[in-house]
Design a protein around this ligand. Structure first.
Ligand code: CA
Length: 247
């Protein structure tokens, strides 16, 4: 089966799920796009920073495990680590202290690069009149503030959902549902672009057409089993097939 067949099948199943007559009736009006590991090649740095933060409190973790927590807010991640390794919730002070230290470690590392293919994809979406909304669990200003420089004019003010905008972070669908509200679109008009299992789960639960990208060590099955409509190997692969898939 070619990738084109895969895409057609995925769109057909999506159309059926939303009660549309056929895949010809699918018209995407907004792309809801994750940031780390999707727009930026930043996950290696994030997992290293989390690993280093944990070592500071005397706990040696497997660094690759942090790819499975990806998408959660910093607060939720610190709490999950405390429950797992210290068998209790973190206090608000501990959450603030440890997430701050993780952020400092991240910012000490060399600057991360935009993901290859990201600018091309965003340009094609924009020229097709598809609104772009950023949807991230991150509260780290360093990357969010770079978006306008790296992808000028793409994410207009208000078209960003960050950790500060939601009560429930991914894997809850709230961030993606809020993003649809901001863009003024329904679930059958929205596409989610994600690289993490928990992010894919959030996207699928929101009802949007959910594209998983294997940009890190997480295998295809980890994204398809969370409900990805289609899984592609990279942002560049998505940019290359966006005409068939979304436009
Ligand atoms: Ca991500």
């Amino acid at each position: 089966m070619t990738q084109k067949d895969d895409i057609a099948g995925a769109l057909r199943r999506f159309a059926a799920r939303h009660g549309l007559g056929s895949e010809q009736e699918v018209r995407f009006r907004a792309a809801l796009i994750d940031m780390d590991g999707t727009l930026y090649d930043s996950m290696g740095h994030h997992t290293l920073a989390w690993h280093r933060m944990m070592r500071d409190i005397g706990i040696d973790t497997d660094r690759d495990r942090f790819y499975l927590f990806e998408g959660m807010t910093g607060k939720a991640t610190v709490n999950l680590l405390f429950r797992e390794y210290l068998h209790r919730d973190a206090t608000d002070e501990e959450v603030a202290e440890h997430y701050h230290r993780k952020t400092v470690y991240f910012n000490e590392m060399p600057q991360v690069s935009p993901m290859p293919g990201a600018a091309e994809l965003l340009g094609r979406l924009q020229s097709a009149g598809i609104a772009c909304v950023l949807v991230t669990g991150s509260g780290q200003r360093s990357l969010i503030e770079r978006l306008e420089r790296d992808f000028p004019g793409v994410f207009s003010p208000g078209m960003m959902i960050t950790a500060a905008d939601v009560e429930h972070g991914k894997p809850h669908p709230e961030p993606y549902i809020k993003a649809m509200e901001r863009a003024g679109v329904a679930a059958h008009e929205a596409v989610v672009i994600e690289n993490a299992p928990l992010g894919v789960r959030a996207g699928a639960a929101s009802g949007a057409f959910t594209i998983g990208l294997t940009t890190g060590p997480v295998p295809v099955e980890a994204l398809s089993s969370e409900g990805a409509d289609i899984v592609l190997p990279s942002m560049q692969a998505l940019a290359d097939s966006v005409g068939t898939l979304l436009l």
